[in-house]
Design a binder for this molecule. Structure first.
Ligand code: NAD
Length: 380
């Protein structure tokens, strides 16, 4: 069987992770990458052992040997690159957020559907085995949905001299913490419940009105070196948000996102409570699902394929106790997308997020910013 050939645009933190995940699937091949210039593209292609490289993403898009493109660039490039990929007739797997505003996401969704192309967005937290198990339990065992809560906390932007391109609205978009990690939380919540967030009220906060931007760009989650040279810049994007929301069926919930909570690294936590039990899962403890009871002892279900439903067990690679986590979730996200392409399947029968889900997350982000700005409830 000829392997599907993939081109990766952007080989930073997540681009490299996509390459590693694709290589763990044995039916897809990373055939080329592109970077922001020729020198970087050549260097990264050598480091990552990729035979073809381009210093301009347009050349990669025009490469007739490539079937599918992954867009792993900073947010401000998502719209333009995704649009050009779709117009070239190639399938597209984009990093989140799908674009920086809902006018752009609407256009992307329309042209992707019109051209009958497969389109995916990397909401990778859907794809952990115990998340799949949790989804089934929400549907079959939880009873009536009572309430939803959670948080997504990180600390890599805690100090005033922490900086990333995400701080600059021209590169990251108008929202930072919400677009970057709040979008993951909302996607997970909606995936698990099969319901949409309908309305919300929110408070966002900038804890450092100014940050020290290093003269040289630094990689995501990295820290500036010893010989720091800084420029003082005004911060216009939120470090933190707290959101109270209502789902389409009236179920209420709340969540907090923050990039400035000391000690929390990639701390995504979600709890769903119903009339029969409650279920909770945490990304940093991804091999355990908490099942809470009122009238019997609480349970911890461990990620052991022999104890899980077949759909959740399919997402495991190793036996229980052989700890799996973030990289397997990413592998599953990408695998699900390619399984659908290879089967010429209907995305509705798969779990990966499409451009429709990506567009919805951008609408939620916009509603959160609007609610905080205008201090009122906003319909999504
Ligand atoms: N799903 C997830 O869990 C997850 C995690 C991290 C990042 N992301 C998303 O991935 C995207 C990239 O984030 P990152 O953390 O990898 O950033 P990064 O800064 O580490 O990497 C971005 C890369 O894109 C390259 N690039 C910039 N302009 C380019 C151009 N014109 N052509 C080709 N390459 C170009 C940069 O040189 C860099 O290598 C963001 O949109 C972010 O939201 C998603």
């Amino acid at each position: 069987m000829n392997k599907l050939k993939v081109g990766i645009i952007g080989s930073g933190f997540i681009g490299e992770a996509h390459i590693e995940a694709i290589r763990r699937l044995n039916f897809v091949e990373v055939a080329a990458l592109s970077e922001h210039d020729e020198k970087t593209a050549k260097k990264r292609a050598e480091e990552l052992n990729i035979s073809k490289y381009y210093g301009d993403y347009k050349e990669l898009i025009n490469d007739d040997n490539i079937d599918v493109i992954h867009n792993c660039t900073p947010n401000f490039l998502h719209f333009q690159i995704n649009k050009e990929v779709i117009n070239s007739g190639k399938h597209i797997f984009s990093e989140k957020p799908l674009a920086v505003n809902s006018t752009q996401t609407k256009e992307l969704l329309e042209i992707a559907e019109k051209n009958h192309l497969y389109h995916g967005v990397n909401f990778n937290y859907r794809h952990y085995p115990l998340v799949k198990e949790m989804k089934q339990k929400v549907k079959n065992e939880l009873g009536r949905l009572f309430h939803l809560r959670g948080s997504y906390l990180q600390d890599w932007m805690l100090f005033e001299d922490d900086y990333s391109w995400r701080v600059d609205p021209k590169q990251g978009g108008k929202s930072r913490a919400v677009a970057d990690i709040g979008s993951h939380f909302c996607d997970l919540l909606q995936y698990l419940t099969d319901k949409r967030i309908k309305r919300l009220t929110a408070k966002t906060k900038i804890v450092h009105p100014e940050r020290q931007k290093p003269a040289a760009e630094i990689k995501t989650f990295a820290q500036a070196g010893e010989d720091k040279k800084y420029e003082q810049v005004e911060v216009k994007t939120e470090d933190y948000a707290s959101v109270l929301f209502e789902m389409e069926d009236g179920t209420a919930g709340n969540f907090t996102v923050s990039q400035v909570d000391a000690g929390h690294k990639n701390d995504l936590f979600i709890e769903i409570s119903g009339s029969k039990k409650s279920l909770s899962w945490s990304q940093e403890n991804a091999n355990q699902l908490f099942i809470g009871h009122r009238d019997q002892a609480n349970q911890i279900l461990s990620r052991d394929p022999s104890l899980l439903s077949s759909e959740a067990a399919e997402r495991c690679y190793y036996p229980g106790g052989h700890i799996e986590g973030w990289s397997e979730g990413l592998k599953n996200s990408i695998k699900d997308f390619y399984n659908c392409i290879l089967a010429a399947g209907d995305p509705a029968d798969y779990d990966f997020a499409t451009f429709a889900d990506g567009a919805l997350e951008v609408k939620i982000t916009e509603a959160i910013l609007k609610s905080s700005r205008e201090e009122k409830w906003v319909e999504v």
